[in-house]
Design a protein around this ligand. Structure first.
Ligand SMILES: C[S@@+](CC[C@H](N)C(=O)[O-])C[C@H]1O[C@@H](n2cnc3c(N)ncnc32)[C@H](O)[C@@H]1O
Length: 273
């Protein structure tokens, strides 16, 4: 289903194509995410908060790890994503999914052991408010794990693909036009300090993949889904979208191609006691 943008949509949309893309993206990133959660101390019985949970792919993993003695709270603004996350986690009674706009509402959670925030800060008007709300939900000694972009323009193809480079610039411009900031991660360390959280781990996460690698599919799927979205938002025309697609096909059919992915900064911070 295709949907026109609404005030509760985020810039990438909430249609089925975007839900499927978020699922693929989650599967590519899952090992990195699970390693980060282990570093943050996530275990059976923990109280977990998924901030801007989307359709709940990570929420389900958290429910399986924390188990029936744990508690998983997911907050998400889009009603479509909330419904999808509830459906995905319906067999886990310890999961609750709340329709919350993080820029307007408090997070209905307290004494959280581990909070998780991935690819959300880029899309909110106030990262400061986001960090303040997450910090307020943590227990003293609780930890927050962020995976947010630090250098979106690191995304490039080798050999160089000029249309793909235009696409990356256009995506960054579209997020900024919607009030977000792609390279938002550099704002997080001072905000975390301001809200009583000390960084205990920081690591850039970037992949380099060939067309035959599963990781290749992450940026490829993003291009496929978001070309349509950019046309829908009238930020691009169909002829340009077709030219980007053809260039991506050319890259995929050349086994010597490489893609370097947009750089994410992994941050783990602990709330002071
Ligand atoms: C790129 S998706 C990431 C979803 C999920 N965190 C994941 O990693 O798959 C960004 C999510 O942030 C949500 N979001 C954006 N602004 C929000 C806000 N103000 N309040 C709550 N959720 C928001 C969007 O609805 C969307 O689900």
């Amino acid at each position: 289903m295709s949907s026109a943008p609404t005030d509760r949509d985020y810039v990438l949309g909430t249609h089925d194509g975007e839900i499927n893309r978020l699922g693929l993206q989650h599967r590519v990133w899952r090992p990195t995410m699970l390693a980060a959660w282990q570093r943050a101390g996530l275990t059976t019985g923990a109280h977990f908060l998924d901030v801007g949970a989307g359709p709940g792919f990570a929420t389900l993993d958290a429910a399986e790890i924390t188990g029936p003695t744990g508690r998983v709270i997911a907050v998400e603004r889009s009603a479509r994503f909330v419904a999808s996350a509830r459906e995905r986690t319906r067999e886990h009674a310890q999961v609750s999914v709340h329709e919350v706009d993080l820029m307007q509402d408090e997070i209905p959670a307290q004494e959280i052991d581990v909070a998780w925030c991935r690819w959300v800060a880029s899309f909110v008007a106030s990262p400061a408010q986001l960090v303040q709300r997450i910090a307020a939900a943590l227990r003293p000694g609780g930890r927050v794990v962020f995976h947010e972009y630090i250098d979106y323009a690191s995304w490039r193809y080798l050999p160089a693909r000029p249309r793909a480079a235009e696409f990356v610039r256009e995506v960054m411009a579209s997020w900024r036009a919607a009030g977000g900031e792609p390279d938002v991660a550099d704002r997080l360390p001072p905000l975390l300090a301001e809200h009583g959280c000390r960084i205990v781990h920081a690591q850039p996460q970037v992949f380099c993949a060939r067309p035959a690698d599963f990781t290749w599919q992450w940026p490829a799927a993003f291009i496929e889904v978001n070309l349509d979205r950019l046309v829908e938002l009238k930020r691009a025309d169909a002829a340009w979208a077709q030219a980007v697609r053809e260039e991506l096909r050319a890259a995929e059919s050349d086994p010597t191609s490489l893609v370097v992915t947009p750089m994410v900064l992994e941050l783990i911070a602990e709330k002071r006691g």
